[in-house]
Design a protein around this ligand. Sequence first.
Ligand code: BES
Ligand code: MN
Ligand code: ZN
Length: 499
Amino acid sequence: MAIEVVARQESLAQLSGTVVVPVTPELQVAGWGEALDSALGAWFLRAIRALGLAGRVGQAGVLPPCDGMAAERVILVGVGAATQRTATDLRRAAAFATKLAIEAGGRNLAWPVVPVTDGSAAVAAQAIVEGTILASYRFHRYRGSETSSSLDRLLLVTADPLVASGLQRGRLWGEAVTLARDLTNEPANVLSPERLAGFAWEVASAVGLECTVYDHAALEELGAGAMLAVGAGSRHEPRLIHLTYRPSSPTRGRVALVGKAVTFDSGGLSLKPAEGMERMKGDMAGGAVVLAVMRALPALSLPLEVHGIVAAAENMPDGGAFRPGDILRTLSGKTVEVISTDAEGRLLLADALSFAVRHGAELLVDIATLTGACAVALGRGGSGVFGNDDRARDLLLRAAAEVGERMWPLPLWDEYRDALRSEHADLKNTAGRWGAAINAALFLREFTAGRPWLHLDIAGPAWAEQGGVFGPAGATGHGVRTLLRFLELWAGRDEGPPA
Ligand code: BES
Ligand code: MN
Ligand code: ZN
């Protein structure tokens, strides 16, 4: 989708395509200023009454244009009162407008940049661009479509030239989410660990990141026994992908983003039930988020060294598969007794976290579709956030709130650690059914070497069972925008860096 700004007050009457007319609870049309002459205004106001719109975010209606307008159609969309309108509201309103435009067959959308209370016109522009990109996303490459958007063009109309920066940001963030969704939706017969690694390499060379990929032999040399075990039952060997962003400015810290990328999780010998198993192609959502964030990083020029570490494997049950009862030696040296081969994500992450520690990470952030239990606890809409560093966790939750992704803290209760004790190894990989999300997090903590660490369990929100306003059914890219915002905050953009 092409996104343009017309940094001047274009006349509403002359715009073609689908034109958005924002509506406030005062039942006024907003955003088009002087260009909205009273004749057009009266037409819209009559329509607003006829459609029963109250100007709230979430309300929208489609109209034919009135005489004297070049547009194909008009979308009236509630944007809330000017005194209370946040970027989150505007992002939602943009998504609603996009949904209606697409349903009506429109492919070109024009929006006036209406103000928000919590930021500049650039912030408002970002919200519109982001909402539009998220809502217009489609994964139709196997249905003959070449683009991943069902819109062709978004035009932002404003008299404020500063919106260009917001547009760039909105596009960067939106396209990062699109990439994470595309990778996650891609089926496992196409996207193996090896292909994912090849793709990461391409991304790295396109945007200027360092990239190292560890194949089977390299993983053996490294001693990544847990990763090798998870991948052992598949013809597609595992890969550890390591991308590095080095800032040109002096760095204010070294962060590792660690993603679980199980390209397909059959459960292995602890086989999952057949029903719904197809969704397990999305078990690499965490890794996809990490790749998407890494691709966007160079454009943000943050003074942080960021390591993107993606542990990719396919969890399958062939004759070479690892078994319940196996004892694995992880990269850290700790041994793990396998109770369930379906608790494979924590095994991959164990080695990937140790790898991050080895590379000197001062903050570890892992993201994974780790436990069904987390989705049971918080529902499909939000992810669980664990961590041993209050400052990092608070910044992450703040970032999530700002970008409109639901994330919520869950506890790391030391007492529960006992349940991971094994008779014959340092740890076992599962501890029963109660508190399974917490147990998984406690398992990961064993591999963080006491470094500041955050763990995001995105098992619920990574995948949408049904389409919503921010996108169709399937991969959501949940976590991308939060992590981008979090890295900005952590780098000290808005507030001081870590002490
Ligand atoms: N990938 C799954 C978790 C998952 C489940 C993600 C549903 C998305 C939707 C993970 O590998 C897994 O199988 N976890 C087990 C852990 C159990 C064996 C302790 C689970 O949640 O059942
Ligand atoms: Mn599993
Ligand atoms: Zn899994």
